[in-house]
Design a protein around this ligand. Structure first.
Ligand SMILES: Cc1cc2nc3c(=O)[nH]c(=O)nc-3n(C[C@H](O)[C@H](O)[C@H](O)COP(=O)(O)OP(=O)(O)OC[C@H]3O[C@@H](n4cnc5c(N)ncnc54)[C@H](O)[C@@H]3O)c2cc1C
Length: 317
């Protein structure tokens, strides 16, 4: 069987090399590099299940971890957590193994199966009615003074800004908003202090898998963020991309089984999507919404009252 994998990010790189190991004839495609750092999307924070997910695939997560954190500062207040910054470009390179990335457009008629792993582009699956994205801006910054060596998070209008330490005095500083262009918000946080080495804008699919069907259309199978596998409020998608790729491998000839497995695996994305829709409809956050958000993947240990306070601040500002 000949398989074209479009998108050499986390999900596509992993799938291409695993399918090749399984004996499929695989070609991996991506676009010409569009950012100076070649790391788009520039994502550096992994959630607590990252080590277990990599270990299940025979990979040593410590090779990619820059630093483990047991807390971050939210509005200057310490919040217990279980997070780690990672070298995503190195991870993607290892996931890809020796598979070459082709930069031309695939001739789909030459393949029995096409994997759409194109992230926000969803270049091959049918478009999603009501597809939804938040806007992001991000920088790599050297030096500067910040409140702590811990990851920093601050609310901004309709989202949050972050500063994640990358070691050697370097920080990944960014901002996402569900409501406005975040370019004008990041400057107010103080996180940009230092020398900005590079910066770019991007977007993140916040539709959730539950609103991103179909995952399979004829011989095209989607995976990762192309089928909405990212948490709509927080925006983490690295671990979900890997998990969805594993589900695709496990259900390679069973489209219904694959679709159901993805929907069953990420119930927390549905909860965050529901909250986001209420926020966009202008509804006032309620403590009762707390039940719909699952922060366990972040290792955050906060009471329901605190979660309600955080939600209120995130959604209402
Ligand atoms: C600013 C920002 C910060 C983020 N930070 C984090 C974070 O800290 N932690 C976290 O867990 N998640 C984070 N995310 C989300 C996470 O990066 C993504 O959800 C995850 O990378 C999705 O993986 P993927 O393999 O599905 O797609 P991607 O990693 O996006 O890969 C898609 C690939 O497809 C390629 N492509 C696009 N169109 C085509 C085409 N027509 N043909 C061929 N190739 C194509 C792209 O060039 C890209 O290489 C962040 C996202 C953004 C935008």
């Amino acid at each position: 069987m000949r398989v074209a994998v479009a998108g050499a990010g986390v999900a596509g790189s992993f799938l291409a090399s695993r399918l090749s190991d399984l004996g499929y004839v695989v070609d991996l495609y991506d676009l010409p590099v569009q950012t100076a750092c070649r790391a788009a999307p520039c994502a550096w924070m992994a959630t607590r299940d990252f080590p277990a997910v990599l270990e299940a695939e025979g990979l040593d997560s410590e090779k990619y971890v820059i630093e483990h954190f047991d807390a971050f500062l939210l509005q200057g207040q310490r919040v217990e957590a279980d997070l780690m910054t990672i070298r995503k470009p190195a991870l993607v390179a290892d996931l890809r193994g020796g598979i070459e990335v082709r930069k031309e457009t695939p001739d789909l008629s030459a393949y029995d199966r096409v994997i759409d792993a194109t992230g926000t582009a969803r270049a091959y699956l049918p478009a999603i009615a009501g597809d939804d994205f938040c806007r992001c801006v991000q920088f790599r910054v050297q030096g500067g003074s910040r409140a702590s060596a811990l990851p920093l998070v601050q609310y901004v209008h309709g989202g949050y800004a972050w500063a994640f330490p990358l070691g050697g005095g370097e920080w990944h500083v960014g901002c996402l908003s569900h409501l406005v262009d975040p370019s004008g918000l990041i400057g107010k946080t103080g996180f940009l202090d230092g020398e900005a080495r590079c910066g770019c804008k991007s977007r993140l699919r916040v539709t959730s898998p539950y609103k991103a069907l179909p995952f399979v259309s004829e011989n095209i199978w989607g995976v990762g963020e192309a089928i909405g596998c990212a948490y709509p409020l927080v925006g983490d998608g690295i671990v979900p991309a890997l998990l969805s790729a594993r589900l695709l491998l496990d259900h390679f000839d069973d489209p219904e089984g694959y679709t159901q497995a993805v929907l069953d695996t990420f119930p927390g994305m549905q909860g965050e999507r529901t909250l986001l829709e209420r926020m966009k409809a202008g509804r006032r956050p309620s403590p009762a919404w707390v039940d719909e958000i699952d922060t366990s993947r972040l290792g955050v240990r906060v009471t329901p009252t605190e979660v309600a306070r955080i939600l209120f601040a995130l959604l209402a500002r």
